[in-house]
Every structure is written in C-alpha cells, then in structure tokens.
Design a protein around this ligand. Structure first.
Ligand code: NAD
Length: 446
C-alpha cells in the first residue's frame, strides 16, 4: 500500500518504519526541515531503540522517503496518517491546532478519495472535526466523493515502541464506513497474524478508549504512591505491600511501583485533556483530579527528602542525579520528574551533577543558563557525577543503575546518601556499604 505519515516524532516515525518494514511504500512528512534533513542523513531525530536501523534499511530499500513538502508525496496515497503533536493548551485542553491545520492542508491537496487516519491522541469529536474540514473542501471543489476519517489511537510505549507496534496488544479502529475499515484491517493484518486483535468501534469511542487507557494507568501509579505515603508514616515497607497486592490477578504486578511520579508527553497532558473534556460538559472527575494532584506532589518527593536530610538547607550542597529522561529507554524529558528536582535545587542554590545515558543533551538545551553558570553539570559517566556529592538522587530506573559498584560510589561521594526515587535498592544491602538510603514508602527517615 502507498501510505503517507505526517509528523516525524516518536509515533510518526515508528508507524512509518513499521509499515515500511511490512513492504508498504511510506512517505514521511514533517514541517521541521531539521528533522527531515537528519533523516536523509540516516539519523533519527528521536531516540528509540532500533528505530535508526529500521529507518535506514527501509530508506535504502526505497520503501521509505522523507520530505518537508506535503503536496508532492500525497499522490497515490491510499492512507494518510496524522501523527502530529497535541500538547496541553494553557487551559489544560489538548491543543488540536496541528491536526486541524493538517486537515485543512489535506483538504486542499488530496485529489481522490483517501483514508485519513487520526493517530495523534485527540479529544472525543476531533475525527469528526477533521471529517467536516475535509467535507467542506470537497464541497467547495464540487467533487462528488468524500474522504474517510478513521480514528486509530496509538498505544506504543517510548523505549519499547517498535516491539509494541510490531506486536500490539490491540489495535483500535474507529471507523464509520465499511470500506475504510476493510482497508485498515488489511494494513494491520501482518501485525496480528497469530490472532485478531483489531477492535472496531465508532470514532468517538476509539478516541475515548485512548484517554481512558492512559488515565487508568496513571491512576494505578498515583494510587500506589498514595499507599506508599501512608506506608511511610506507618513504618510499613510498600515493596512488601506491592508484591502482596500484585499477586492478585485482578490487580496484577504492572504499574504499581511506588516512585517519584510519572511524567512524559502523554499521561500528564492526557489527564488534563480528560479533565477539560468533563469541564466543558460542566462535570467533575474527582478521581482524575486526585490522580493529577497526587502526581504533582509526588514529583516533589526527592526535593522534600533532600530538605529533610539537610535541615541546614541544600544551598551550597552538591546533589548528583542518576536519570533525567521521564522513563528508561527514551531521551524524552517532557514533564519529567527530574526537571522538578533540578529546578528546585537550582532555585535553592545547590549544585547539580547529572548523568543520563541519552537524555543529557535535551536537559542541557532546557537549562542553558544553569549550564553556562556551571550550576548544572552534565556528565557522560555515571560515577563522575558522584565526585564530592552530598547525596545521589535516583530518578529514572535505567537498567545500568540496578547493580552499580556501591563500594566505589561510597568512596567517591562526600556523604553516602541515596534518595531512591524508584525503589531500586535494598536498604539492607546499601547499609553494608555505609549508605543512608531513603526510598518511597520504605524505611522512615529518622
Ligand atoms: P512529537 O512531538 O515527537 O512529534 C510530532 C511531530 O509532528 C514533530 O516532528 C513536528 O515537527 C511534526 N509536525 C507538527 N505539525 C506538523 C505539520 N503541520 N506537518 C507536518 N509535521 C508536523 O509527538 P509524538 O510524541 O510523536 O506524539 C504525537 C501524537 O501521538 C500526540 O498526540 C501524542 O499524544 C500521541 N502519542 C504519543 C505517544 C508517545 O509515547 N510519544 C504514544 C501514543 C500516542
């Protein structure tokens, strides 16, 4: 099939590369000339394990092309995916202006009936808005055919995106005409060969499914964080509780790890968007309001612990940070808990020495002044950040932090203190190396 994917970000590039890998011809379009230029040089503008090789091989095979011009690539496209951003607007709603702008461009450019797929996460009713924009263009041009708009939200996880796309748990298709549904099923067929995991439903239900999925996952995280806080004050280890409740298959072990909050480009903005959808209908969603509030508070947990540890204040202290990305496996720092800690430490006059396997560059771009002042220093070696550090805060649970050389760490640090924002370490083991360990919902601090 001939496909166009608009938006070369995490979702667009993975979608494009995976469809090309299955033998389709895919044109990727992005307004960022910088991104397109990098792609032409074989460089992925985003970090995602395996993406660069997939882009390179499919580009070399002639199945994948990159362009900053939409009109020329649309010719013969049977399916056009919209995978542009839907960031939070100031009022918390999802800003769908990038989608609507693309829809208007498509309306003016498409020469024959085409399936236009909304892959971006967008509020209920967005696919209908795209349909009416396209319909208006068709009317104005006096043609007697219509485009078909499909909602096909994406569920990939950054860091495991290619595997998620290639072996999806489910594919949600919100389609309102049978022919578009058939084409979409055919397109996804290679990804669901062993059993059909395609769920078809009305477009509005598809849009809501994405929000309900993300906000449910965020709820699980905020729930365990709330339990962890109570555990902390009762002297109960939340790790024991987590294992105890996770053994119940109705609860399960996924997404019940206590920690210093969730971040990223999806959960925070999708909760805000869902709250806004309710607000527009003069409804309240108290559960989701609480989920969001708990997460905001949870992101301040590392800073609160450091302030508790240093009653004299953190000004002048050197704090090392391990992990800057919002989660392991990505360079994405959007809404990352590390940023709340960095900003708090900078405000209070502490020095920050940080390491992340891949997200450091993005952090350096986000805080250029602090870097220029030397108050925020980024290192390419995890142990180098520990030199003369008064504490280490573990914020992102990259695998390489699981079994570090504790003896070396204790020698390098001025004070052997670990604020473990992801409950990665066994306090008893750390104790044998002379560390003071503070975990989320674990041993209470004296
Ligand atoms: P992103 O910011 O990484 O990429 C969006 C891309 O769209 C950018 O490269 C931007 O330059 C491009 N763009 C903007 N306007 C354009 C236009 N008019 N024409 C062409 N290109 C244009 O975003 P993302 O993380 O890939 O997310 C895209 C959507 O998918 C969002 O709605 C997001 O909520 C959703 N989503 C994201 C993830 C994730 O893990 N990142 C997972 C599932 C769903």
């Amino acid at each position: 099939m001939q496909i166009t994917v608009i938006g070369c970000g995490y979702v667009g590039l993975v979608t494009a590369a995976c469809f090309a890998e299955m033998g389709n011809r895919v044109a990727c379009v992005d307004t960022s000339a910088e991104r397109v230029e990098a792609l032409h040089r074989g460089i992925s503008p985003i970090f995602e394990p395996g993406i660069e090789a997939l882009l390179q091989t499919n580009h070399a095979a002639g199945r994948l092309t990159f362009s900053s011009q939409l009109n020329p690539v649309l010719r013969n496209s049977e399916v056009v995916f919209i995978a542009v951003g839907t960031p939070s607007a100031a009022d918390g709603s999802a800003d769908v202006s990038q989608i609507l702008e693309v829809a208007a461009q498509l309306g003016g450019a498409l020469e024959s009936p085409t399936i236009v797929v909304c892959k971006s996460t967008a509020p209920v009713g967005t696919a209908c808005r795209v349909q009416s924009i396209l319909d208006q263009h068709c009317q104005r041009r006096g043609v007697n055919w219509r485009h078909s708009v499909v909602s096909n939200p994406e569920f990939l996880k950054e860091g495991a995106a290619i595997d998620d796309f290639m072996r999806p748990d489910r594919i949600i298709l919100g389609a309102e005409d049978a022919s578009a549904e058939r084409t979409m099923r055919r397109l996804y067929e290679p990804f669901v060969r062993n059993h059909d995991r395609i769920l078809c439903m009305p477009r509005r239900a598809a849009e809501m499914t994405k929000y309900a999925a993300n906000t449910f996952l965020a709820t699980k995280i905020s729930f365990i964080n709330e339990v962890a806080n109570l555990c902390e004050s009762l002297g109960v280890d939340v790790e024991e509780v987590r294992k105890g409740i996770g053994a119940d298959p109705r609860i399960g072990h996924h997404f019940i790890y206590a920690g210093c909050g969730y971040g990223g480009s999806c959960f925070p903005k999708d909760i805000r968007a869902m709250l806004h959808m309710a607000q527009e209908r003069e409804m309240q969603l108290p559960i989701l309001q609480a989920v969001e509030a708990r997460n905001q508070a949870q992101k301040t947990w590392p800073m609160r612990m450091l302030r508790k540890l240093y009653s004299e204040g953190v000004a002048g202290k050197t704090v090392a940070i391990w992990g800057l990305a919002f989660k392991p496996g990505t360079d994405d720092i959007r809404d990352a808990p590390s940023r709340v800690l960095i900003e708090g430490l900078l405000d209070l006059g502490a020095r920050v020495q940080a390491f992340d396997p891949i997200a450091s560059e993005n952090i350096a771009k986000a805080y250029p002044e602090a870097v220029a002042r030397g108050q925020l220093r980024l290192f390419s070696d995890p142990y180098a950040v520990l030199n003369d550090a008064d504490a280490l805060a573990l914020i992102t649970e990259w695998k390489q932090f699981r079994q570090p050389d504790f003896a070396l760490m204790a020698r390098l640090m001025r004070e052997p203190v670990i604020v473990d924002g992801r409950n990665q370490y066994d306090p008893a083991v750390l104790g044998t190396f002379g560390f003071r360990h503070v975990g989320v919902g674990r041993v209470p601090m004296d």
